[in-house]
Design a protein around this ligand. Structure first.
Ligand SMILES: CC(C)(COP(=O)(O)OP(=O)(O)OC[C@H]1O[C@@H](n2cnc3c(N)ncnc32)[C@H](O)[C@@H]1OP(=O)(O)O)[C@@H](O)C(=O)NCCC(=O)NCCS
Length: 167
């Protein structure tokens, strides 16, 4: 799908609120990360991200899950005119409800607002859910980094140019 045909939805799914991550979200985000990845980011790494001026983490909170519980997050960097998606994760019990889509869309909207050139990311070559997610939002593959990950898996490089109507 081309960028032009990947239409963004304006709102997150019902009952989901997107907000910038707070220090008080740390334990919840680390727990989500631990449940999601074989090599999860640590609390220390998240604290570093919270301090980096070019980094921003947005969490998805669910009113249904109780007390605005964190059910997903996205981390992006804004550097040298490009936005780089560093990570995105949704709690296993909350997948296929368009939460990741709304998180990525929020980054695309921000990229359009600030006039970023490109939104870039790397995905594991065999991470089909993630690749399908990004393709459905208009990202295209621009290259491969062979054996990029510690376990030898290749990274797929993907990018999308912000378009009018994203913001
Ligand atoms: C990838 C991930 C973030 C998707 O989160 P999600 O909230 O379930 O995704 P969404 O519900 O927003 O899905 C949006 C689209 O992505 C694609 N997609 C998502 N999960 C998919 C799956 N398991 N299989 C195939 N396509 C999938 C579909 O096109 C989907 O649209 P549809 O539901 O209308 O068919 C989630 O599976 C996850 O946290 N995985 C582990 C962490 C990870 O791999 N992160 C990406 C690092 S690059």
């Amino acid at each position: 799908m081309s960028s032009a045909s990947a239409r963004l939805r304006a709102e997150p799914p019902l009952g989901i609120v997107l907000e910038r991550m707070r220090r008080s979200d740390l334990a919840a985000v680390v727990e989500l990360e631990r449940r999601t990845f074989a090599h999860p980011w640590t609390a220390r790494l998240f604290l570093r991200e919270l301090r980096l001026p070019f980094s921003k983490i947005v969490v998805a909170r669910s009113s249904e899950a109780g007390e605005g519980r964190v059910v997903g997050y996205i981390c992006r960097w804004l550097r040298d005119g490009d936005v780089e998606i560093q990570n995105v994760a949704v709690h296993p019990d909350w997948r296929r409800r368009s939460i990741a889509r709304s998180l990525v869309e929020s980054v695309l909207a921000e990229a359009a607002e600030v006039g970023a050139e490109r939104v870039l990311l790397e995905a594991r070559r065999h991470n089909q859910p993630a690749i399908d997610l990004y393709r459905s939002l208009g990202f295209v593959e621009t290259g491969i980094r062979r054996r990029y990950y510690a376990d030898g898996e290749d990274a797929l490089l993907m990018e999308r140019r912000p378009i009018r109507g994203d913001a």
